[in-house]
Structures are given as C-alpha cells and as structure tokens.
Write a protein that binds this ligand. Sequence first.
Ligand code: NAD
Length: 429
Amino acid sequence: MRCSGASRKIAESVAEPLISWLARQSVRRQEIVEVAQVKVSVVKENAPGERRVALVPDSIHRLAKAGLDVMVEAGAGEAAWFPDSAYAEAGAVIAGHEDLFARADILLFVGEPAARDITRLRSGQTVIGMLQPLAQPALAGELAAAGVTAISMDGIPRTVSAAQTMDALTSQANVAGYKAVLVAANAFGRFFPMLITAAGTARPAEVLVLGAGVAGLQAIGTARRLGAVVSGYDVRPSAKAEVESLGAGFLPVGTVTDGGTAGGYARALTDAEQRAQQEQLNAHIARHDVVITTAQVPARRPPLLVTAQAIKDMRPGSVIVDIASGPLGGNVELSEPGETIVTDNGVTVIGAGNLPATMPTAASAAYARNVSALLFHLIRDGALTIDPADEIQAGVVVTHAGSVIHPAVAELLDPAAAGGARDEPGSAR
Ligand code: NAD
C-alpha cells in the first residue's frame, strides 16, 4: 500500500508521540523490574516458645502489590495458624531455610537471627527484627562485622506520628497487657465481676495495675471489661488522667511527683525514692486480689515494686502477674520469667515471660503491619535506601556498611570511642 504525502505526515504525527510514550513505558517497566528485584524473606522464628511470624498472608498481598518479591520459610507461620498454602495463595514463594538466606536481600524476624545463622548472612543483606541492641550490643557488633545492615523494630521513635503504624513495641505491649489479665483471671479462684445469683453474691475482684504505659492501660481496660474494680499507678504524673479515663482509680502514692522524662518514658528512681515508693505501695498491694505489674525504665533493670514483704501481706488466693519479668529481673521480688510459683501464704506469682507469643495470630498480624509500614518507608525507587538523617531511620538503623551507626549502641560497644555522650534513655527504643 502506498502512502500519500499527507497521510505520511499524519502517520508521523501519530507515530512520534506513540514512540515516545512507548519509551516512557519501557522506563517505567524498568523501574518496576528494579522494585521486583528486592527479595524479602520471612524466616521461621527460632527462640524457644516463640510462635509469632514476621509477616502474615494479608501483608504479602500489600507488599507484592508494591513490587516486592516475598519468600517465606516453609512452616514459618504454622504456629500462628497461617499455613504455607495461605502464603502461597497470597503470592509468596515458599522456600527452605538455606535457600532463603542465600537469595534474600532483606530477612525479616520477630526476634533475631539464631547464632548458627549469623554465618549464613552475607555482606549487603539486611536483617529486620526486634534485635534489642541496647540489651545485647554484641549481636549488633557481629552483624556489623558481617557487613549486614541491622534494623531494629524496637527503635521506632514512638512520638513521631508518621512512625505510629510501625510501632511494634506498642502493638506487642497491647497484646501483653490484654493477655496478662486473662492469665491472672485464669489463676484466680474467684470471679472478676460482681455476680448476684440465687447461690449468693460474689464481690468483684480488686485489681491493681502498676505501670500505666501501653501494656498497663490495656490491662486496666481489659480488667474493667471483665467487671473488676481496678486501680492503676504510674510514676509519670501524666498517667493519672489516662488511668482515670478508663474508669479506674489512681493510687495516691505521692513519693515521686516528677517521674517522667521529656521523651515520655519514666526515669530511674534513686534508691531512696524507690524505698519510699515500695513502702507506700505495700499497704495498697495487700488489699488487692490481683496485681499486674508492667513497669519498665528503658535499657535498665525494671524497678522493684512488689517486695517479698508485700507478698507476705497479701491474702491467700491472691495472684500477681509480672509482665516486666525478664533476664534483667522484674517488678516482683519473687518472679522468674516463664515460671509460676505459689508462696507459703498462698499467693500465686506468675513471671509472665513472652505473652505476645501466646497470642500468635493477633500479635503476628499487628507486627506484620508494623514491619510492612517500615518497609514501605525504607524502600524508595526500588531499593532499600539507608538515610541516618531520617528521624525514623535514626532510631532503627543499628548497623550499616560494616559499622555500628546507632550512637547509643556504638557507645555500649566502645564507651571510650563514643566519648561518653549518651543519648537520653529511651531514644534508642
Ligand atoms: P514502658 O514499657 O517503658 O514502661 C511501662 C510503664 O512503667 C511506663 O508508663 C512507666 O512510666 C512506668 N514506670 C516505670 N518506672 C516506674 C515506677 N518506678 N513506678 C511506677 N511506674 C513506673 O512504657 P511504654 O508502655 O513503652 O510507654 C512509655 C511512654 O511512651 C508512655 O508515656 C506512653 O504514653 C508513650 N507512648 C507514646 C506513643 C505515641 O505517642 N504514639 C506510643 C507508645 C507509647
């Protein structure tokens, strides 16, 4: 077929924009291909009793839509009731442990990599999990030496509003506060609510929650919903209004009136302040049926709030659940993490251990949303972009390019080199 001069002109006027449109599309396609090259892998958790998983099938949909390749270790979600088939349906590739480490750009954990897996990591890979670098800086040192970028979910700056969807400490503390009440109710020999029945009237349980941060406020709300009469206490003066807004009373312990820091966390009390606080608390503790303790001071031993003497003064059948109980100690003199003891005077003391792991479906779903939000923040133009000047990244990025770049962690590893300039407690959490 022959074209006239006029029709050739028309063809050219159509073809030119078409060719440049196609060129633009091919650039876009390249960008998409680049995004798809980031391989995110979910590793099966290794800590004893850990049942959570870092991503759930719902989150795979969203990450895949954003162009990320997601691999999930076979069986990673089983203990949280997410079978491999659900991940595969959502678009993830199910892989074996070694394959996962060999192919991943980013490895996701709830906790941290197992010691035996550190040698599987290669330079340039990224590890994201609750790495607790302030409690265990040596792991950060090892990851830096391996050239791995370590990103710790427990460093999300909690007061930055853009980071709230990433706040894993809050999402997991919510689960812990809720579950602590169920654990206490389960161990308690009476009802939580007041019950009036033909067989008599049951008085409501009196529950005291010590520490009114995220877990404490959730515990207060949950105990109230179960019908208990609830009191709360915290060393931060601003907590009073929050406790009262949930319909609980606030304990009049006036020994410390300035227990908060500018960052919203509690400060460590002096020995004298702590003794005065314990003395005042003792009488209150004795008249409660159930005490739930949640008090923490960032990167320090949890404060001792319930002494052995206070436990001696409690009635038989009383229950204490210590959420703060961990390797550094707890809020209760006799509590041991993961252990339940019954004292000679009939008080059950439960060192709660890892409560979020005992509600793995809800805890994993919330954690997966936190991790996904962080990934969306970190991945720009198809690549993981490390920018320590970004206020969220300044909190979470612990190691990068062979060094420990988080100042508070670097100082723990080498106090002399850091010159003793320590961040305010909590800034690395
Ligand atoms: P946390 O786990 O560090 O400690 C739990 C609670 O224990 C805190 O409320 C603390 O004040 C209290 N505590 C410490 N020592 C105590 C003592 N000797 N006696 C009594 N209580 C004591 O706290 P958290 O739940 O992580 O919350 C810390 C702060 O962060 C709170 O102010 C909370 O409101 C704030 N926060 C803000 C956001 C947000 O703005 N999005 C999110 C989460 C938490």
